[in-house]
Write a protein that binds this ligand. Structure first.
Ligand code: HXC
Length: 280
């Protein structure tokens, strides 16, 4: 989508970059010339991702660590900034599962909140401090979800964490904007990645339900998010700050408009309504 290699000479760090959406974003940024650092838990996945990124002609380094190991992550940021550092950060790593809330332990809540909210805050805070100390510009992109705004039943730890990350992202956008640091979010609707589907989609009928209720009658493709991510991290969006862009085929709005579900009416029912009106 972007012209040429707008990220040439720049470096980006993507959490959860070894697979799924994180890998797609990493590859897209690499195809536009960026050097990439990825963080993830699975060393084998990271190593495979590194090869794919290098095949696109970019440099790639990886760190095998759980982003809940806050001290280790701070050490990694220190290490990265002891050389060139990074120009942007993508808070993509997530944890999530479906459950009735009354079935959850506090540990279940913490396992998700410690990844999604505290992990993202830890790494953003450390990176932001470096950018400010070195008087460098930077861009933070947080992968949220459409329910970060509304909350959602049955994924309550994730809703609480993403809601917090939504507020954090918008808050630092305003506070750090004058220092040349932008912060934006992407709020995806249904995108079929291995991690999300394994943890969130109980069976095929629920996937069919998601497709059917979407105005575009399909799921999203990860490349669609990756291109948006590239745009939001690039200088093409240098005046976009503190925004969360929804990318869901209109699913969110469909759920809000009171009469949207009138699409269930048949042509015959519409004709009947029309003739009732004409008789008046
Ligand atoms: C109820 C559960 C549970 C489940 C774990 N727990 N899974 N409770 N239902 N399905 C509870 C455990 O019983 C335990 O509590 C606590 O959570 C920690 O569990 P662990 O397995 O020890 O945790 P851990 O190994 O740290 O794994 C973290 C995780 C896991 C979040 C639970 O799912 C994970 O690593 N996920 C990463 C990948 C992922 O989730 N990707 C999806 C992101 S998609 P007790 O009390 O027993 O100790 C996404 C998109 C949103 O977020 C939008 C979609 C449309």
């Amino acid at each position: 989508m972007l012209e040429g290699r707008p990220f040439k000479g720049k470096f980006y760090l993507i959490t959860g970059g070894g697979s799924g959406l994180g890998l797609e974003i990493s590859k897209t940024l690499a195809s536009y010339g960026a050097g990439i650092y990825i963080i993830g838990r699975d060393k084998e996945k990271l190593s495979r991702a590194k090869s794919q990124i290098e095949d696109l002609g970019s440099e790639c380094g990886y760190f095998s660590v759980d982003i809940r190991e806050y001290e280790t992550v701070r050490g990694i940021i220190d290490n990265v900034f002891s050389s060139y550092g990074i120009d942007g950060l993508v808070n993509n790593a997530a944890g999530n599962f479906i459950s009735r809330t009354e079935d959850l332990s506090m540990n279940a809540f913490l396992s998700v909140i410690n990844i999604v909210l505290n992990g993202s805050i830890n790494i953003t805070l450390e990176t932001g401090k470096k950018w400010i100390e070195k008087k460098r510009k930077g861009s933070v992109l947080s992968i949220l979800t459409t329910y970060a705004e509304t909350g959602s039943g049955f994924v309550v730890p994730s809703a609480a964490a993403k809601g917090g990350l939504n507020a954090f992202t918008k808050s630092i956008a305003v506070e750090w904007g004058p220092k040349g640091i932008r912060a934006n979010g992407i709020a995806p609707g249904p995108f079929k990645t291995e991690g999300a589907w394994k943890n969130l989609i109980p069976d095929q009928s629920f996937e069919d339900y998601l497709v059917n209720k979407n105005p575009m009658k399909r799921l999203g493709n990860v490349e669609e998010i990756a291109e948006l991510a590239a745009f939001l991290l690039s200088d093409y969006s240098s005046f976009i700050n503190g925004e969360v862009i929804r990318i869901d085929g209109g699913e969110f709005l469909k759920g809000s408009g009171q009469f949207n579900d009138l699409s269930i009416l048949s042509d015959e029912q519409w004709e009947n309504l029309k003739s009732r009106r004409e008789k008046k």
